[in-house]
Design a protein around this ligand. Structure first.
Ligand SMILES: *Cc1c(COP(=O)(O)O)cnc(C)c1O
Length: 431
């Protein structure tokens, strides 16, 4: 077979990380539902524990089903290694853990998934870490937010809310000039629409809960490493460059070179934080990824049709989809995200809060759900749900004003999605 880099995306999403099972010939990757692995002898066990040999010890660290998924995602993202974990939020902590120390900060985009805003503004404070929320449309603001204690730059490529596009190459340039790793959350774009590593990102994270699995069955997350960052150059990343006590003073970067981040994430991150993916979840996600390109093509096609239909509807005030010709981001979409602007966007009703409530309650096919990236079309009225604790001013600045709905367009027949919206809007605006 050709080398992986010569194979097409559609081939790799099916064959990446997969081989017929050596013992049984099973063609699909088996679910290795086991916690332990028998050592060949004591010497073999010792070598595994000392990281002198890489192999299976215990499923908190590694498991063959999860290893297949890790290899597949790394291949699709153009990275050299991936660590899977129990959720997208776990992946965010796993990405930051080797980079951070008490008193250090990260410069992050203001446009992030709501749960990430909470994780970064509240929970990480307890670790002594700080996030500085910046408008990533303003590159000068990003550059000037970086200080001597900044350890990383973080953004979503196609971001919440509203599918706003971030100029990843421009952000990567600023991170690079500051000698910092750029972490991109590629959940809403997927590697089919966007390859952040090609655009200069150091690490890519995913909530595999969303498009990669694609059917709303299991939570999961992952961190992909480009292998391109020099963790020893600045002395800012001692977890990777300095001796690790728990491994007899081993220096991860010196010993493992470009695999330092991935091996540290397994040998220290998963070992001690324990945010491990389970093999069943890996199985569902592996099945989902086999059809990623087909689903994303359909997601994007449907999203564009729905956005164009909404844009013309007299009851609709605004549609935020970057794939629309009328979008201020249309140029960026064509140059940076040429395969499409994803399938997540917001629209606002001319009538306010109550019409949105009536709309979500009148839908029949489309579900009112907090998830996204499912085969099914999902909608949420943020002001009455995810953003209800915020003041009206905060809701508006978060892009979740009282008259705003967020839609994650699925892969059903587009006529049926539009028909359902049509009848629900009629119901919502009835006097
Ligand atoms: C859902 C989501 C997350 C969090 O992932 P979980 O799997 O729910 O923990 C992070 N980022 C984005 C963009 C998401 O959509």
């Amino acid at each position: 077979m050709k080398e992986a880099k010569l194979l097409g995306f559609e081939t790799l999403q099916i064959h990446g990380g997969a081989q017929p099972d050596a013992t049984t010939g099973a063609r699909q990757i088996p679910i290795y539902q086991t916690t332990g692995y028998v050592f060949k002898d004591v010497e073999h066990a010792a070598a595994l524990f000392d990281l002198k040999e890489i192999g299976y010890i215990y499923s908190r660290l590694t498991n063959p089903t999860i290893a297949a998924l890790q290899e597949r995602i790394a291949t699709l993202e153009g990275g050299i290694g991936t660590v899977c974990c129990s959720s997208g939020h776990a992946a965010q902590i796993m990405a930051l853990f080797p980079l951070m120390q008490v008193g250090k900060n990260i410069v992050v985009s203001r446009r992030l998934y709501g749960g990430t805003i909470t994780q970064f503004s509240q929970t990480i404070k307890r670790f002594g870490w700080e996030a500085k929320f910046i408008d990533f449309d303003d590159m000068d603001a990003v550059a000037s937010a970086i200080d001597a204690d900044t350890q990383a730059v973080f953004c979503e490529g196609i971001s919440n809310p509203g599918g706003h596009l971030i100029d990843i190459p421009a952000v990567a340039k600023i991170a690079d000039q500051a000698g910092l790793p750029l972490i991109v959350d590629n959940t809403t774009a997927t590697p089919y629409l966007c390859n952040p590593i090609e655009m200069g990102a150091t690490l890519v994270i995913h909530s595999t809960t969303k498009y990669l699995t694609g059917n709303g069955t299991v939570t999961g997350g992952c961190v992909v490493d480009s292998g391109k960052f020099d963790w020893s150059a600045s002395g800012k990343y001692p977890s990777l460059s300095e001796p690790e006590e728990a491994y007899h003073g081993l220096k991860f970067h010196e010993t493992f070179g470009q695999y330092a981040f991935t091996l540290h994430s397994i040998a220290v991150g998963l070992r001690d934080l324990g945010m491990t993916m389970n093999p069943q979840a890996a199985h569902y996600t592996l099945l989902g990824i086999e059809t990623l390109s087909l689903r994303m093509q359909r997601h994007v096609e449907n999203a564009l049709s729905v956005a164009q239909w909404l844009e013309k509807h007299p009851a609709i005030e605004n549609v935020s989809y970057a794939g629309l010709k009328s979008s201020p981001q249309s140029h960026m979409q064509r140059t940076i995200y040429p395969k499409g602007a994803g399938a997540l966007f917001c629209f606002s009703m001319k009538d306010g809060y109550n019409s949105c409530v009536r709309l979500v309650e009148s839908l029949e096919l489309i579900s009112h759900v907090a998830n996204l990236g499912d085969a099914k079309t999902l909608i949420i009225h943020s002001a009455s749900t995810t953003h209800r604790q915020l003041s009206p001013e905060q809701q508006v600045s978060a892009g979740a004003g009282p008259n705003v709905l967020r839609i994650s367009v699925g892969i059903e027949s587009v006529e049926d999605i539009i028909d359902d919206l049509d009848q629900a809007i009629a119901e919502a605006t009835k006097v």
